[in-house]
Design a protein around this ligand. Sequence first.
Ligand code: TXA
Ligand code: MG
Length: 316
Amino acid sequence: MRAGGLVAFPTETVYGLGADAQNALAVAKLYEAKGRPAFNPLIAHVENLAAAEALAIFNADAYRLARQFWPGPLTLVLPKQPGCPVSDLATAGLGTIALRVPDHPAAQAILKAFGGAVVAPSANCSGHVSPTTADHVMADLAGRIELVIDGGPTQIGLESTIIACLDEPVLLRPGGIAREDVEAVLQRPLASLPHDPVSADADEAPLAPGLLAQHYAPRAEVRLDARQINPDEALLAFGPDLLPGADRAKTLNLSPTGDLTEAAANLFGHLRHLDALGAARIAVAPIPAHGLGEAINDRLRRAAAPASLDAKVSAS
Ligand code: TXA
Ligand code: MG
């Protein structure tokens, strides 16, 4: 990374593709390797709160959230410090920066040894499902990156929760920390962006570029809230009940006991496996909306959004 190379590494959420945040050439290579449009900014990963304070301005809410959830699956979008050394390419020229302190021994060791901010988007090709194993990373990026550190499957399996603390806190992306837990710390409800990608106006510069119609897309079509399964469909199940019409050979269960944490950890891996079976469509059983269910349903809605949206707003 010091020499400007790209190194994929595990975090507790998903694998990230790391580059030196201050090296514009390395950041450009990173966008290129992912096929990611350069207007979609990156999260800068740092070792601890003190390192984050050097890059961004924290208000009282931001401090509260950072102290409670860092290190962990929380990303804060904050105003940049004047003179913030992170490359403008990494922040897409915005006046804000996304920061995260990951809670994974490999990620922490890398940040400590490197000594500076590391930008790291999910280590997948733009628009694909996020990687939760080193094999997923190589399936997308072999030949385009210098190295992947294999730390086994990631624990949480979903990306971090992103909250903008510019004025009133806003939930930009549901993720590994449930809304309820954030609201308990803020002691008030959290505003959120509209998460129906179809109603999002792609021409308007969004607060979170790349989030509105972002695709976590398998090749197969995705059908949500399925209550019965058609013969040409694979099934992404949840809970103990087998849905009518389901073929066991084409079924993977996110959590047979209905546990949302287990479901989050299995989500992207199961989507990849079912997609690899070659079914025309993946039917998805209903999944509760509370706790981590909000983030799981968000990713599934994006996976199910019509592909034509990709042409308008690109994926991450
Ligand atoms: O769990 C995670 O957050 C993983 C691991 C590797 O840390 N990273 C990740 O990065 O999911 P990525 O690039 O796939 O998603 C980051 C999202 C993008 O949708 C981007 O648009 C948004 O964060 N973002 C970054 N900087 C922003 C900013 N200044 N304002 C608003 N949104 C921002
Ligand atoms: Mg991503």
